[in-house]
Design a protein around this ligand. Structure first.
Ligand code: 5AD
Ligand code: SF4
Length: 466
């Protein structure tokens, strides 16, 4: 997923008139957490007079917020840096300076290499030090090339400024809120424990304050984010540890906050109180991203997932007993080292058994420094490609079947943004599907009752019933 952040200046006329205003172009690669981080960095820079632009040629600072999860994602960064080097040169020939910064997980994992391979880069900053970005830029302006990837001892969230009301409103009626970062699970394919570090949970008070601010600015739906969000165990008011179920309960007390979601979860961290929250909280949407990665117990063991397919299936049965209309989403990796045809058939069987409303699937990508990279029996690319094609065909058929089954249902729809056609808005169903409906733009932020009338390849169609 990529996102280019739009112009967020609350006073655009000032941006044109004042020569002191500097412009930042942020390109976000990867997961929702990077989208959240890009916004936080933009907010930190706003204090120093930076406004966002979506026109890269106008930027005084270009910031790439990068992803390291698969090789392809990391490669994209180096090719983008090649293009940026040319743009920087062109601008310099016109007497204009352009700084280039690399943030995110590639910055954390390959900071030195970026500085070596890409001389046009002025600044490399890891995810744990974003609050130091303004200071780092000052060092760049003094002529330094900055590498800022040490883990900070201070709490970056304490130092990151919150966006003002207008900016939050401009970002929409749904928002992300990072509650947890890092991972201690060490799945053998995954770089996250190395790029994001060990698990850290933000305290309850900090999260509630941020959620309240979002709601005060008009946000109706918050998605709690974490690499391992259901492992969140933050400090409560008396310093006692809370679990995610308790946090969700607390957040439902915020008046005006209509919907809650959380992502992404590990099956081993779905505790009883979180499952009960799915039963008890009407604000908690009946949709759960619960990756299993493979349907073969042999491969799950090699991946260090520390659970079996039977445990996963039993867990889903418990969650669905608590919330029968819950829809599932997941992640799958095909071609993990040693995966045989039989292992892959097990994955297809598991998908048939569970039934996903949506799922993401990937070819295994060797990540340097992870235990998986040292395993023998790497699966040939063409075998991975064929398996991925079969798996994706099955997952797509399940997604379409789920969408078809929605036709005729009356659901609550949160109206989010203008649709493609005039007079249309796009909203989200409880199960995270995009739904097109005829409605006025003044209704953005409302939750309306709609009847689903049809299903296209990526979205549903509906009419308002009340
Ligand atoms: N290769 C392929 N996919 C991966 N993922 C994580 N690491 C790798 C890798 N090395 C996938 C997993 C994870 C999702 C975010 O990305 O499915 O859940
Ligand atoms: Fe990576 Fe998720 Fe496994 Fe952590 S639990 S190592 S983030 S796949």
């Amino acid at each position: 997923m990529t996102q280019e952040i739009a112009v967020l200046s609350t006073k655009p006329e000032m941006a044109v008139e004042s020569p002191a205003v500097r412009k930042v172009f942020v390109k976000t690669y990867g997961c929702q957490m990077n989208v959240y981080d890009s916004d936080r960095m933009t907010d930190a820079l706003a204090k120093d007079g930076y406004v966002s632009t979506d026109v890269i040629e106008d930027a005084d600072l270009v910031l790439l917020n990068t992803c390291h999860i698969r090789e392809k994602a990391a490669e994209k960064v180096y090719s983008a840096l090649g293009r940026l080097r040319d743009l920087k040169k062109k601008k310099a020939s016109e007497g204009r300076e352009m700084m280039i910064g690399v943030a995110g997980c590639v910055a954390q994992a390959e900071g030195d290499e970026i500085l070596r391979r890409a001389p046009a880069v002025d600044l490399v900053i890891g995810p744990q030090t974003y609050h130091r970005l303004p200071e780092a830029l000052k060092r760049v302006q003094r002529g330094e090339r900055v590498l800022e990837t040490d883990y900070a001892v201070e709490d970056k969230f304490e130092h990151l400024p919150a966006p003002d009301k207008a900016k939050t409103r401009a970002r929409g009626v749904t928002a992300f809120l990072t509650v947890q970062e890092g991972c201690d699970k060490f799945c053998t394919f995954c770089v996250v424990p190395y790029t994001r570090g060990s698990e850290v949970s933000r305290p309850v008070a900090q999260i509630v304050a941020e959620a309240q601010k979002l709601v005060d600015a008009g946000v109706r739906e918050i998605t709690l984010l974490g690499q391992n969000v259901n492992a969140w165990h933050g400090a409560g008011p008396d310093d006692e540890k809370w679990g995610l179920g308790e946090l969700l309960h607390r957040l439902t007390k915020i008046e005006g906050l209509a919907r809650l979601r959380y992502t992404t979860s590990h099956p081993r961290d779905m505790d009883d109180s979180l499952i009960a929250a799915h039963r008890d909280l009407k604000q908690l949407m009946p949709y759960l991203h619960l990756p299993i990665q493979s349907g073969s117990n042999r491969i799950l063991k090699a991946m260090n997932r520390r659970h079996t397919t039977a445990e996963y299936i039993a867990l889903i049965a418990r969650i669905k007993a608590a919330r029968p209309d819950l829809a599932l989403s997941g992640d799958f990796i095909v071609g993990f080292p040693g995966e045989t045809d039989e292992d892959f058939e097990d994955t297809l069987r598991l998908v048939e058994t569970v039934g996903y409303a949506q799922a993401f699937s990937f070819k295994y990508s060797t990540r340097p420094g992870t235990p998986g990279a040292d395993l023998e029996d790497q699966v040939p690319e063409d075998v991975k490609a064929k398996r991925l094609e079969r798996l994706q065909a099955l997952l797509l058929s399940q997604q379409n079947a789920f969408a078809q089954a929605c036709i005729g249902k009356t659901i609550d729809l949160l109206l989010e943004k203008p649709g493609r056609m005039p007079g249309q808005l796009i909203g989200r169903s409880p199960w995270l599907q995009s739904v097109n409906v005829d409605a006025k733009s003044s209704q953005i932020g409302d939750i309306v009752s709609v009847r689903i009338t049809g299903a296209g390849p990526n979205s549903l169609f509906a009419e308002v019933v009340s």
